[in-house]
Design a protein around this ligand. Sequence first.
Ligand SMILES: Cc1ncc(COP(=O)(O)O)c(C=O)c1O
Length: 459
Amino acid sequence: MNATTYSNDISAVVAADRAHIWHHLINHKPFEAVDPRIIVEGRGMRVWDATGKEHIDAVSGGVWTVNVGYGRESIANAVRDQLVKMNFFGGSVGSVPGAQFAERLIEKMPGLSRVYYANSGSEANEKAFKMVRQISARHHGGRKYKILFRHRDYHGSTLATMSAGGQEQRNAQYGPFAPGFVEVPHCLEYRKQWDVEDYGRRAADAIEEVILREGPDTVGALCLEPITAGGGVIVPPAGYWERVQEICTKYNVLLHIDEVVCGMGRTGTWFGYQHYGIKPDFVTMAKGVASGYAAISCMVTTEAVFDMFKDDMGDQLSYFRDISTFGGCTAGPAAALENMRILEDENLLENTVEMGARLMGNLHALMDKHRVIGDVRGKGLFCGAELVADRLTKEPTDEKKVQAVVADCMAQGVIIGMTNRSMAGLNNTLTLSPALIAKPDDIDQITDAIDKALTRVFS
Ligand SMILES: Cc1ncc(COP(=O)(O)O)c(C=O)c1O
């Protein structure tokens, strides 16, 4: 497949970018000497940069987003058709694609029934946080206002979501944060805090300890990623989720699952929590909902939560007094409907399970070959390989070497990721999240590139 040939004025674009764009998550000093990378076209799993170089994208748009791959004309057409008909109206009224997508979504989420639209993962999480606070004010006399979050998890870039942020480097220099957010320990067995047989249960017990320390009548909710993404691709060990559910029920703590990364098929089920048979009270999602074809996020909850906000017509403050202006934009749900149709019609969940198994198999083979790989983790097409200087002591590999592996892959035309400014000294996990359309050859091309990169960087 070839990219469209671009006219030779792309240098003007590069100059405009260098002069005016403040890119996300990156130090701009190097751009004084080298051009920023500009991606100009995408098809399937592949993207082309401004120089015409082709890359296979193993991270779905850098940040695990483009689940159905690039260049989907049917999504663009669905969005176009909807926008010329009715592009926007504030969310106190409904829209045709909004109602239709909500109905389709709820079919995939037994036990949940209400969808609140917003634009970003951070925003969806904030909606749930605000609901917890309002439930506290209206139903618990101001008690049960605290929100627990987990060390190494990430829930967004706004100040409230950073208050629930478990990554020191992300948070450094941005405080002070909002009060009422309390951290619980991570559950990464590879870097275990307790030397016990049943690590999953022990790590969950640590949540109970925090609840008891804080006082159960102060704790309203627990917010967790089903599988921690940017904090190191952490798949909770067996026994963890069952115990988390028990604890939430025991102390009447609402369970908020942040599916911003895992949602919409990434791990081989519609949602990550569905691997574990748990019953969340809030589920938030964003990235894969429309695969980046439009900005959309959803906060999904139960009828029981919804009912708490419509119990008193006489009280002017009783309902959820919140709006996200662009939550009323119809491009999001129009794109999301077509995105979901593609996931179903192309059997992409099944493909994710199959290709995910191949990816994990390949990574285990690389682990046998390269001692620098200390651990491989993942579920579906969401995997990580933690690099260590010493397998016995588990001393993390110098971050610069991890960056060199990523750069070597990039030079080979394979875009992979790594944990980035999350945990001091622990930005040592390579991350992979290819589009759910990946074929065996794509998976092998990605892991072959990593193989070569590891050989070059560590020999
Ligand atoms: C687990 C998780 N939650 C929330 C967010 C925030 O989403 P957004 O950047 O759309 O605000 C992210 C972003 O990477 C994420 O990984």
